[in-house]
Write a protein that binds this ligand. Structure first.
Ligand code: FES
Ligand SMILES: [Fe+2]
Length: 478
């Protein structure tokens, strides 16, 4: 199951170049700088993005917003302790906005989607007026779940409990009680389904199990402004995977919040993309970002543009005066535009190619890119297991109605992503999953009490835990 890393076939020239890179990157830290101030040698992500004219149409990508948040070790018990997990179940999950489904999962009145997290379950319904509503998924009679965990469907005229057949209208008001003569003590207006706060952003339907929660917009922070031209609401779910991962949900999620691991975990990528030069942004307690340029070549390796172009898989020569990345973006706009039935000629180079990941507290990631159009969601299923869902959000074809969302493909803890048809990221995701098996063993075995995070590259993880503490410390400390 756990394949050893492949030995890369590299030329002598590349070996020398890699040695030079490693010498530069493993030089001692400059202690004259303030903590968190140091950066990888070589050109920055901003240097590159600002040198490409098309990126000026995406001003959100031309912002860098880093913050030093401290350098204390973060206890492993935050991942391995059942008591900590139980506190999250009590203080975090019932109080925080969570992305439940896409709007296209429930396009018509009577469509529904069931969203579950730990013991909490919400039934998301589109009512007769087309309004999306969320209800506690529990019958007011004797508590029966009204729909099965994870289920979705359409054509409901009423929400009918499968146990004794009581029914509610799609707006949650009571419709029918069989043997009504036996319930003189029920007043219709006090026997509706329990409605939950529900809101929509960029085609994503969010729910909160706390009726007194703050508005979703407070948590979204910069997201609506940054995503306003990226059209995620006009995309559809082309692929949907649902995989069980081995490890605490935060541990697994954090494996996707930094690119520091690329050298050791995904070594085949270091020739064509930036890695240690990845930009990390903290936009507030709930929103962070990484911005990793792709098809740049590695700014710390001695590479010609012609070499980079070949590494990107092209046999024909790079046109004179053109960078490999800009030519690759041109090629991809045309190729992917044809494949998607969508005019991509106006898409910036960065949105076309780059790995741009926004994380929204507590458990979701949104990539606005075209070539890397990922959406992630992580949900705990126990202390040491979680579900990682990935959706590929493809642009809707021009002039056509939105295709139906792909059905989720379920993958067990030992299953490879290679089982998913036409899934270009399978190998990379399998490499990440291998790490989780080992990291979960090591976190539990560690005699060192905590993990030591990088000041810049892993600041998103620290920011995340500081926000988590805000939830955990707001309730009773029992
Ligand atoms: S539990 Fe739902 S009708 Fe009885
Ligand atoms: Fe990875």
């Amino acid at each position: 199951m756990h394949n050893q890393k492949q030995i890369l076939a590299v030329s002598m020239g590349q070996v020398m170049s890699i040695k030079k890179m490693m010498t530069a990157l493993t030089a001692p830290a400059d202690k004259t700088l303030s903590p968190g101030e140091a950066r990888c040698p070589g050109p920055s992500t901003q240097d590159l993005l600002r040198s490409e004219p098309s990126n000026s149409k995406d001003p959100a990508l031309l912002i860098a917003s880093d913050r030093f948040l401290g350098d204390n070790d973060l206890p492993f018990s935050r991942y391995t302790s059942q008591a900590f997990y139980d506190r999250e179940m009590k203080e975090l999950w019932p109080k925080v906005w969570q992305w439940a489904c896409r709007e296209e999962h429930i396009p018509k009145p009577g469509d529904f989607y069931t969203y579950d997290i730990g013991p909490y379950s919400a039934l998301i319904v589109r009512d007769e007026q087309g309004v999306i509503r969320a209800f506690v998924n529990a019958c007011p009679h004797r508590g029966m779940a009204l729909t099965d965990p994870g289920s979705q469907g359409s054509g409901k005229q009423f929400i009918r409990c499968p146990f004794h057949g009581m029914a509610w209208a799609l707006d949650g008001s009571l419709n029918e009680i069989p043997c009504r003569w036996d319930f003189p003590h029920i007043e219709d207006e006090h026997f509706g389904l329990d409605e939950l706060p529900c809101d929509v952003w960029a085609g994503f339907v969010f729910v909160n199990f706390d009726r007194n929660c703050r508005p979703l917009a407070d948590d979204l922070g910069v997201l609506p402004e940054h995503f306003k031209d990226w059209g995620l609401e006009d995309r559809f779910v082309a692929v949907h995977t649902h995989k069980t991962l081995p490890g605490n949900w935060k541990m697994c999620m954090e494996g996707f919040l930094e690119a520091f691991h690329v050298l050791a975990t995904h070594p085949e990528v270091i020739y064509t993309s930036s890695w240690a030069n990845t930009q990390y942004d903290i936009f507030g307690p709930t929103v962070t970002r990484f911005l990793q340029t792709v098809a740049t070549g590695n700014p710390n390796l001695d590479q010609t543009q012609a070499e980079i172009y070949r590494l990107l898989g092209y046999q024909d020569p790079l046109p004179e005066g053109q960078s490999a990345r800009e030519q690759h973006a041109l090629n991809q706009r045309e190729l992917m535009g044809k494949r998607f039935g969508k005019d991509l000629s106006e898409v910036s180079t960065s949105i076309m190619l780059d790995s741009i990941e926004y994380h929204l507290f507590p458990n979701a990631c949104f990539f606005p890119g075209i070539q890397i159009p990922l959406i992630y969601r992580f949900r705990p299923t126990g202390l040491g297991t979680c579900i990682h869902e990935i959706m590929l959000l493809q642009p809707c074809p021009d002039g056509q109605s939105r295709p139906a969302p792909a059905e989720p493909i379920k993958l067990g803890i030992e299953d490879s992503y290679e089982l998913v048809p036409n899934f270009p990221l399978a190998k990379v995701l399998d490499q990440d999953t291998e790490n989780f098996h080992r990291q979960w063993v090591g976190m539990n075995a560690s005699m060192k009490p905590g993990q030591t995070l990088a000041n810049y590259q892993e600041a998103r993880i620290r920011n995340y835990h500081q926000t988590l503490d805000g939830y955990l410390n707001s309730g009773d400390q029992d």
